[in-house]
Design a protein around this ligand. Structure first.
Ligand code: ATP
Length: 356
């Protein structure tokens, strides 16, 4: 188990992390999600031991590894790291890349040549590179290079894997493939993973829990499904899945949109903060368009974007702009159409899905 308690980090007078509290269970897959500059890498560097916190402390397996006074360096922690840039050594073969941490990682006791060879074979097979062991990094594709970086990190069986945007240099197809690869490795190694990304789709697809960060603070920590269906702050609602924040009034557990007091929307687990501020967060796919009807919220379509499986509409409604996602099989609307926007019959999520 890893615990961050009141961890702050300042660079000079700038505070990059504000009193972060976080617990990571052994074997858990955590995604740190947030926009550029929110402090994701800073958090990862503190977990790795590249630097110490300005305040607070970090506990790993019952011992304090970092405080303002003392920091256990990375080579004394049982961690593996994978970076966006792969960071491979051009003069070393793939086999040498895997052998190096087996010879030098603090988690490895002195092993016989045969044991090292066996582990090398095992790890290369796991990432599907057993026939590439004599090649150099320049002789590999981007995806294969990232697999070498993964294999090197998992070879010494670390307790904790730290990954900083490990797939951002890869194309979309390869990213999807590598996500599955990581999930498979996670199941097979049992290591905890802290995975930094600014891609919400990636975080939703891959993690047991997502930590959403904004300006050096944690906004929400929850399972992907809870983050998506029950955001607790306006930032989470709009950063993950682009919610419409509809203004109105909460009355006896139902919501009345300001722009049509005749509508009554049900409470599908809306967080207290929204209720207090008279807001109903609604996902674009929870809304539907129809021809102008007497009852509903009236608006005009101002943009239409075809997305293959969906059509994305922008609708102007009494000075507010709403986004509506409809299936391509729904009736089509065009720029300038007068429409009615309604809430689809929605189901309250009761069971929390875990992606692994
Ligand atoms: P990105 O997604 O762009 O990599 P990030 O969420 O990982 O961003 P960090 O790299 O943790 O963000 O940076 C957090 C904030 O701290 C940023 O405003 C950044 O400019 C600042 N920062 C990071 N490193 C330093 C440093 N060594 N000195 C001063 N400021 C820094």
């Amino acid at each position: 188990m890893i615990e961050l308690v009141g961890v702050s980090k300042k660079y000079g007078s700038f505070t990059a992390l504000h009193e972060v509290d976080l617990e990571i269970e052994q074997g858990e897959f955590i995604a740190i999600l947030g926009p550029s500059g929110c402090g994701k890498t800073t958090l990862l560097k503190l977990l790795a031991g590249f630097m110490g916190p300005t305040d607070g402390f970090i506990v790993m397996d019952d011992s304090t590894v970092a405080s303002a006074k003392r920091v256990t360096p990375p080579e004394k922690r049982n961690i593996g790291m994978v970076f966006q840039s792969f960071a491979l050594w051009p003069h070393m073969t793939i086999a040498d890349h895997i052998k190096f941490p087996l010879d030098h990682h603090p988690n490895r006791k002195k092993e016989s040549r045969q044991e090292v060879q066996e582990r090398m074979g095992e790890v290369l097979r796991l990432v599907g590179l057993d026939s590439f062991s004599d090649r150099y990094p320049s002789e590999l594709s981007g995806g294969q290079k990232q697999r070498v970086a993964l294999a090197r990190a998992i070879a010494p069986k670390p307790n904790l894997m730290l990954m900083d945007e490990p797939f951002s240099a890869l194309d979309v197809e390869l990213r999807m493939e590598m996500r599955k690869e990581i999930q498979k490795l996670h199941r097979e190694t049992g290591a905890s993973i802290v995975f930094v990304t600014h891609d919400q789709g990636e975080a939703l697809a891959i993690a047991d829990r997502i930590v959403v960060m904004n300006q050096g603070r944690i906004e929400q920590i929850a399972s992907p499904e809870m983050i998506y269906t029950r955001p607790e702050t306006e930032f989470v609602a709009t950063f993950v899945g682009k919610c419409n924040l509809v203004k109105g009034q909460w009355q006896d557990g139902s919501f009345i949109p300001k722009i049509n007091p005749h509508c009554l929307w049900p409470d599908l687990g809306v967080a207290k903060t929204f209720k207090k501020n008279g807001i109903y967060p609604v996902r674009p796919e929870q809304l539907q368009l129809s021809m102008v009807a007497l009852n509903g919220v009236h608006g005009r379509v101002t943009f239409v974007q075809y997305q293959g499986h969906e059509i994305h509409y922008t609708v102007e409604i009494s000075g507010e702009t709403w986004t509506v996602h409809e299936s391509v099989y729904s009736p089509r609307f065009y720029v300038g159409d007068e429409v009615t926007v309604g809430l689809k019959k929605a189901v309250k999520p009761e069971k929390v899905l875990v992606s692994n």
